[in-house]
Write a protein that binds this ligand. Structure first.
Ligand SMILES: NC(=O)c1ccc[n+]([C@@H]2O[C@H](COP(=O)([O-])OP(=O)(O)OC[C@H]3O[C@@H](n4cnc5c(N)ncnc54)[C@H](OP(=O)(O)O)[C@@H]3O)[C@@H](O)[C@H]2O)c1
Length: 184
């Protein structure tokens, strides 16, 4: 928050609260050029197969899948008004082809988000809205931790370039911050 500069308005939102998302959407009745669906529940606190906690797993789905889709759905009218873009922050960890073991809840929530992104892209293509789904890299954030490979500047600058390339109706891929296409 402290790093934010400029003419910025902040609104608090819990993306697991669908009613709150809809209420915020009613308050922001102006065209949106870019909706970045970023909120994510990280891998910490998951059990391993053999010791899975299904209530915890549901919390991952609430944020990473339902929260992301509900945010896109609620703000789609404003993005349509601008013929704008929706960028979902997913993860390479949701790639089935790329997956090693572990992180059941996080991985499955992001795999499902990848599919949901495709459904949203199809639903909005005719209205001139472009949809993308991105892997931000392994980034030094609270989630990525200090051992991560890249800093936030590198990730965000790459993501900005990838979002700029989005066009409505183009085939959706899971794209990394540096432009690499990650197999689904
Ligand atoms: N960092 C990485 O290496 C990495 C790699 C692949 C993908 N990603 C994805 O990139 C996105 C951003 O991750 P990050 O690294 O910035 O993670 P982070 O440091 O853990 O931050 C997560 C963000 O999500 C917000 N959030 C969590 N639950 C929420 C909820 N219920 N409602 C609203 N906001 C909520 C948090 O808000 P509060 O701070 O208010 O809790 C925080 O701003 C996520 O979707 C993540 O899965 C990250």
């Amino acid at each position: 928050m402290k790093a934010l500069k400029g003419d910025i308005t902040l609104h608090a939102l819990d993306v697991t609260d669908v009613a709150a998302i809809k209420a915020l959407s009613k308050d922001i009745d102006e065209p949106l050029d870019i909706l970045i669906v970023n909120a994510g529940h990280g891998t910490r606190g998951e059990g391993d197969f053999g010791d899975l906690d299904y209530d915890v797993w549901k919390q991952f789905l609430d944020v990473n899948l339902y929260g992301a889709v509900a945010t896109a759905e609620a703000f789609a009218p404003q993005v349509k008004k601008a013929k704008g873009k929706i960028a979902f922050l997913s993860s390479k960890m949701g790639s089935i082809e790329d997956a090693s073991g572990g992180a059941m809840a996080y991985r499955t929530s992001k795999t499902a988000l990848n599919m949901a992104s495709k459904v949203v892209a199809h639903a909005l293509a005719a209205s001139g809205v472009a949809v993308g789904v991105f892997h931000p890299g392994w980034v030094k954030t609270d989630m990525g931790g200090p051992s991560a490979l890249i800093d936030t500047q590198k990730s965000v600058s790459g993501l900005r370039d990838q979002i700029a390339k989005l066009t409505p109706g183009s085939e959706l891929h899971l794209v990394a911050y540096d432009g690499d296409v990650i197999p689904w």
